[in-house]
Design a binder for this molecule. Sequence first.
Ligand code: MEV
Length: 339
Amino acid sequence: MTNPPSKIGRGSAPGKVILCGEHAVVYGQPAIAAPVNRVQANVTVRAGESGSGLQVVSRNLQGFSIAERQRIQQRLWAVAATVQEMLGGLHHWPPLGDVMADWQPLQVMPKMPTNLLIEIDSSVPVERGLGSGAAIGVAMMRAFADFLGLQLTTEQISAMAFETEKLHHGTPSGIDNTVVAYNQPVWFVRGHGVERLRVGADLRLLIADSGTRGSTATVVGDLRQRHDAAPATYDPLLQTIGDIAVSCRGAIEAGDVGKVGGLFDRNHVLLQRLDLSNDSLDRLVAAAKAAGALGAKLSGAGRGGNMIALITPEREAAVRDALLAAGANAVIGTVVAAG
Ligand code: MEV
């Protein structure tokens, strides 16, 4: 089914947080993630002026040097160009394979314009482990689909956003685009599609920004090199993280929040042993625990970016203060609601 193209296509998507299993998920272990709706990526797509080609304007890049802005802008342009190419040649985009099989007979593809103006306005912090790349990828897919009058399923949007994720780091597991596209807590195993996670009791989290950026591509690539040089050292650690994710799922489903906290702590120790933490993250984790958090760990790629603390409502103010006093740049609260 197609609708008439709208003059301005709009799309948005939330940020995400990984509760447990980051990095191990790249190696086939399970992981758990939840959306963070307090932060959002918003994208608009409209026709550009004749001869303008594809133009991408991104707001919210304050705090980056000119060189960093150029690097990020170039990557965002590449994301937009990939979306434009994918949707323009959907029938000939082999990596999408099965997910598009039932799409082709149903839709008549409108012609993809060459001149487009894409505007990105995102409050998802860049390179802080909150899934800014995936949020922008999904929001952009939605904005293009809206602009062209295409109806795409969430599965299709997620699959196409996965292709844009590869531009951010070569070997994504797919967890970020999945949780962001489905906008629900997920149990994720690479290559096995998505499973909604049942949450037995609210999980109240504080997400603290360590103030340093972590490049997912660099950190994932570094672990890959070390792993491939010594798999016998790394595989048992990754397997143990996978086992923790399994236990964490059970505890989340049972509403045993105290047990979830203990599993966060154990997961953090393993991430430390994989050399994925750093002093600022460890300081924040220790401060949160000392102030009464049920558990705390780095979240996302690590070596910078964010950590999460699992809290009770009674300890929220104390843990927030402790995180700020220990050097957090910003602290935001989110609740993974029971359901
Ligand atoms: C990044 O949010 C999560 C990692 O596990 C990478 C990935 O799964 O693609 C570090």
